[in-house]
Ligand binder design. Structure first.
Ligand code: ZN
Ligand code: ZN
Length: 595
C-alpha cells in the first residue's frame, strides 16, 4: 500500500544525458592499477602516520610529523607526484569499479592543494593541534602488546615539544570560538597523558629505567601542552578587547563552495543545495500543518486552534511526543523493533537482507559513551573480521527530567525512524552491501554524503511504502525528523556564507524546526566550529531521490524499486554522482542492446 502523504517532492533540477563510453577493460591495465593503488595507499600512510592510526593501521605509531614548511612542501610534492602517476592510466580502459577508485584518488590528491594553499585551518584553528586522541589511538590498539605500544609512545613523545613550538608559530589570527575550543579540549587531553598513559605504564612489564625516562617525558609533555594553552590565553583571549585579534569564524562563499566540492563531491553546487533545502523546508511545513489539522481533534477535542501555523504544529508535536517507552525499557524496545523492520523490508520486497549477518544490538560499551544515543559501530578497513554492532546507550545516568526530555525526543514514532536510519534498511544494510565489494580505496575515502544520504533516503522510502500504516502521528514525527536534516543544511550555509546571527539560527531551529533550546544551542555552536559536514545528510538524500526519479522516468513500467536499491548499493560508499553515471550508462547500454 502506498502512503499518500509521502509523494515525491523533487523535480529534476539537473538534466544530463547518459554519457557513452567504451568499456573493454584490459587485463594488463587492471593488474597495473591494482598495484598502483596498493603502492599509493602504502605511500599515503607513510606520509600521514596520524591518519593511519585513526584508520586502524598501526605500522607508523611511533611517528609524529612536525607541521612545518618542509612538511607542507613534501605533502604538496606527494600530491603532484601521484597525480602524474595516476594520469598515466588510460581511464577508459579501467573497469567500472576502478573508474570510481580513480576519481576518489584524484579528488583526494587535488584536495591537498586546496587545504594547504587556501583553507589553511592550521593558521586559524588552534584546536587542530590537539594530540590527545592521537596518543589515545596508539595506547588503545589492543593487537600490539602493551610493551610495544609504550615503546611507540616513548618515541612519539620525543617530538611533542617541537610539535607545539611549531604550532605556536603557525597560528595567525585564529577565530575566537576555535581558540576557546582548543583551550578546553587540551585541558581534557592532559588527562590522557596524566592518567591513561601513566596507568598503562604502571601496568606494564617495562623495567625501572624505561619507566623513569617515560615518566620524565610525560611530565615534559604536560608542561608543553600547558605552555601552549597559556600562549593561547595570553596572546588571544586576554587581548580580546582588540577585535582585530580574531578572524571571523565564517569562511565565506568562496572557501565554502570549494570545501563543499572537495568533501561532499556532489553534482550540485553548495548554493543549489541550499536553495533545494529552502524549498524542501516549505513543503515539509505544509505537510506538517495539514497533519496537525487532521490530528487536532484527537488531542485537543473542541479547543480552539492557536491561529499561527508553527504554534499549532508545535502543540500537536508536544502531545504526540508524550507517547514513549519507559526509561528502563529503552534498549529492549530498540532490540524488539529490529525483527519487525526486517519483516517489513522482506514482505515489501525492498532490498535483499543477508540472513547470515544478523545485526547485534548491544548496550554501548562504557568507553564509547560520550552522550546518550544510538549508533552503528562498524569494523574499519584494517579490522575487517570484527563484528558490527548497533550500540544503544541506556539512560542510566540521566535524572528524571533529562530522561523525560530525551524520551519525548525519541518517542514511539521517532524511535522507529531512528532505527530505520541507523539499522534497517539504513546504515547497517548499506554497510553489508558495501562490504560485499571490498575496495581499500573506497573504505578509506568513503563518501559521507552517500552514506548519510542513504540512511535519510531509507526513512522516506519506508514510509512511502506504507511503514507505520495510517498513523498520522508517524507522518508528523517523520517530517519533524526530516526537517532537522533540511535545516542543518540551511543553517550551515546560512552561518558560513550568508552571515546568519544567533537570533536567525534560533528562529530557524526553534520556531521553524520545532527543536528544544538545548538542541538548538548545541547546533549553533557546532555550525560555527565545522563547515560543510552538516550538509552531507540532505545533499546525499537529495541526489538519491533525484536519481531514482530520473531512472523512473526513463524506465517507466520497468522500474523496480528493489533492483534500484540493490544496484545502487552495490557500488559501495562512493559519491552519488559517480553511481548515477554508471547506472545511467548501464541503462542506456541495455536499451541499445534491446533495440
Ligand atoms: Zn513522559
Ligand atoms: Zn546517519
Amino acid at each position: 500500500m502506498k502512503n499518500l502523504f509521502y509523494c515525491a517532492l523533487f523535480i529534476g533540477v539537473l538534466a544530463c544525458g547518459g554519457q557513452q563510453e567504451k568499456e573493454p577493460s584490459s587485463i594488463v591495465e587492471s593488474f597495473d592499477f591494482e598495484r598502483f593503488k596498493s603502492e599509493f595507499i602504502d605511500a599515503m600512510w607513510k606520509m600521514n602516520p596520524i591518519s593511519a592510526s585513526f584508520q586502524g593501521l598501526h605500522d607508523f605509531d611511533e611517528k609524529l610529523p612536525i607541521p612545518n614548511k618542509e612538511r607542507t612542501q613534501s605533502q604538496l610534492n606527494f600530491a603532484e607526484d601521484w597525480l602524474v602517476k595516476l594520469g598515466a592510466f588510460d581511464y577508459e580502459q579501467l573497469s567500472e569499479a576502478d573508474k570510481i577508485d580513480y576519481h576518489l584518488i584524484e579528488n583526494d590528491l587535488q584536495n591537498t592543494f586546496f587545504y594547504l594553499h587556501e583553507f589553511k585551518s592550521g593558521e586559524w584553528d588552534p584546536a587542530s593541534y590537539n594530540l590527545g586522541g592521537v596518543f589515545f589511538q596508539v595506547i588503545n590498539y589492543q593487537k600490539h602488546s602493551l610493551e610495544r605500544r609504550l615503546e611507540n609512545i616513548n618515541e612519539k613523545l620525543n617530538h611533542i615539544e617541537a610539535y607545539y613550538s611549531q604550532a605556536k608559530m603557525n597560528i595567525n589570527q585564529p577565530t575566537k570560538i576555535h581558540t576557546n575550543l582548543a583551550i578546553q579540549q587540551l585541558e581534557g587531553s592532559k588527562t590522557i597523558f596524566e592518567n591513561t598513559l601513566l596507568d598503562s605504564l604502571n601496568a606494564s612489564l617495562k623495567d625501572e629505567a624505561f619507566k623513569q625516562v617515560f615518566n620524565e617525558k610525560i611530565a615534559k609533555a604536560i608542561g608543553v601542552i600547558e605552555d601552549y594553552n597559556k600562549f593561547l590565553k595570553v596572546n588571544f583571549i586576554e587581548e580580546s578587547s582588540d577585535s582585530a585579534t580574531f578572524r571571523s569564524f565564517r569562511i565565506g562563499e568562496e572557501l565554502y563552495s570549494k570545501k563543499f566540492n572537495a568533501e561532499i563531491q556532489s553534482a550540485y553546487s553548495a548554493n543549489e543545495i541550499f536553495e533545494a533545502a529552502v524549498e524542501e523546508k516549505g513543503d515539509l511545513h505544509e505537510n506538517m500543518f495539514r497533519l496537525s489539522d487532521m490530528l487536532w481533534e484527537k488531542y485537543f477535542g473542541e479547543a480552539e486552534k492557536p491561529g499561527g501555523r508553527f504554534e499549532q504544529i508545535q502543540m500537536v508535536i508536544d502531545e504526540v511526543a508524550k507517547t514513549h517507552v519507559h526509561r528502563d525499557s529503552f534498549v529492549t524496545a530498540i532490540r524488539q523493533q529490529i525483527p519487525e523492520l526486517i519483516d517489513f523490508v522482506n514482505e515489501n520486497d525492498l532490498v535483499t537482507m543477508d540472513p547470515n549477518k544478523p545485526l547485534v544490538v548491544r548496550e554501548t560499551p562504557e568507553y564509547m559513551r560520550g552522550f546518550a544515543g544510538a549508533s552503528i559501530s562498524a569494523p574499519g578497513p584494517y579490522d575487517a573480521e570484527a563484528e558490527t554492532y548497533y550500540n544503544v546507550t541506556p539512560l542510566d545516568h540521566y535524572n528524571a527530567e533529562e530522561a523525560e526530555s530525551y524520551l519525548r525526543e525519541y518517542n514511539n514514532y521517532t524511535l522507529q525512524i531512528l532505527n530505520i536510519h541507523e539499522a534497517i534498511p539504513g546504515h547497517y544494510t548499506q554497510l553489508v552491501y558495501s562490504n560485499q565489494s571490498p575496495s581499500l580505496i573506497k573504505s578509506i575515502m568513503g563518501n559521507g554524503a552517500m552514506v548519510e544520504g542513504w540512511a535519510v533516503y531509507a526513512e522516506r522510502m519506508m514510509l512511502e511504502e506504507g511503514y507505520g500504516g495510517d498513523q498520522l502521528e508517524m507522518g508528523l514525527m517523520y517530517y519533524k525528523w526530516n526537517l532537522r536534516t533540511v535545516c542543518n543544511t540551511i543553517l550551515d550555509y546560512g552561518i558560513q556564507v550568508l552571515g546568519y546571527t544567533e537570533e536567525d539560527a534560533m528562529q530557524l531551529l526553534m520556531t521553524e524546526a520545532f527543536q528544544e533550546k538545548s538542541e538548538a544551542e548545541g547546533k549553533w555552536k557546532r555550525a560555527r566550529l565545522s563547515q560543510v559536514q552538516l550538509c552531507s545528510y540532505f545533499t546525499g538524500y537529495y541526489e538519491i531521490m533525484q536519481l531514482r526519479e530520473e531512472l523512473q522516468e526513463q524506465m517507466g513500467e520497468e522500474f523496480d524499486l528493489k533492483t534500484f536499491h540493490e544496484e545502487f548499493l552495490s557500488y559501495g560508499s562512493v559519491p552519488v554522482k559517480y553511481i548515477r553515471k554508471l547506472m545511467i550508462r548501464k541503462l542506456s547500454e541495455k536499451n541499445n542492446n534491446s533495440i
